[in-house]
Design a protein around this ligand. Structure first.
Ligand SMILES: [Zn+2]
Length: 238
């Protein structure tokens, strides 16, 4: 076993033991204090997984106990991600307003948009003839799409979506929005999508009103070496 990379491996070194005991005391005190003041049930990023460890859905980190999770929420990584998320939400709020939503009292009121149902669609499995990469081609028909609207695409993780509960992280969702149609979501394996231009593209044909989305999955080998955040280490913080 590689003790150097093991979390909390400071045991055994004579003088260090008393130091780590002090730290353990301190952690325990902080944990109790935090548990009294923070309601984990109301933390949208707190998640207890099936093996009994705790995950931060915001940072995609794993923690051995609730105390470790709470310590993480006070750390810089989590705080930075919180700030980033807040900025993103503010930006989204502004965009919604421009598009005719109002964020007043946190209730989104939609102006004059009557949804006309879901678009027709066709999905084709694709495989690159040379590289053998697997992918999917989505073709959606939007004959009644509003003038000057181009369909928009967004990927959503199992934890972001609110439709399926409990979330299953084996899946991700591809959302396609085009007014006045209902936004539709396709449930996909949670494999990493190759975002390079030739592998991932969208095209809206203004004449036929057909929207194309081509996605290509990375191979397992590519995923392993791409340094995806949250997959590299266990993310345990002390
Ligand atoms: Zn976090």
């Amino acid at each position: 076993m590689d003790y150097q990379n093991r979390a909390g491996s400071k045991f055994g070194g004579g003088g260090v033991a008393s130091q780590s005991a002090t730290n353990a005391d301190r952690r325990e005190r902080l944990r109790k204090l935090a548990l009294e003041t923070i309601d984990l049930d109301k933390d949208p990023y707190f998640f207890k997984n099936h093996v009994g460890s705790f995950e931060c859905r915001l940072c995609l980190t794993v923690h051995q106990n609730d105390g470790s999770y709470l310590a993480h929420t006070q750390g810089r990584k989590h705080q930075t991600n919180l700030a980033r998320r807040a900025a993103k939400d503010a930006q989204l709020g502004r965009r919604n307003q421009e598009e005719g939503y109002t964020g007043a009292n946190a209730i989104q009121i939609r102006k004059n948009v009557v949804k006309i149902g879901r678009p027709g669609y066709k999905i084709t499995k694709t495989r690159d003839p040379i590289t053998r990469h697997q992918g999917l081609l989505f073709q959606l028909q939007y004959p009644e799409i509003a003038p000057n609207v181009v369909p928009r695409v967004r990927f959503m993780s199992a934890y972001e979506q609110k439709v399926e509960d409990p979330p299953d992280k084996a899946y991700q969702y591809l959302l396609i929005a085009a007014e006045p149609y209902e936004t539709c979501a396709f449930k996909l394996q949670a494999r990493e999508v190759d975002r390079r231009e030739e592998r991932y593209w969208t095209w809206f044909d203004g004449d036929s009103k057909e929207f194309w989305v081509q996605i290509t999955f990375k191979t397992e080998r590519e995923e392993r070496y791409s340094g995806v955040p949250g997959l590299g280490g266990s993310g345990v913080r002390r």
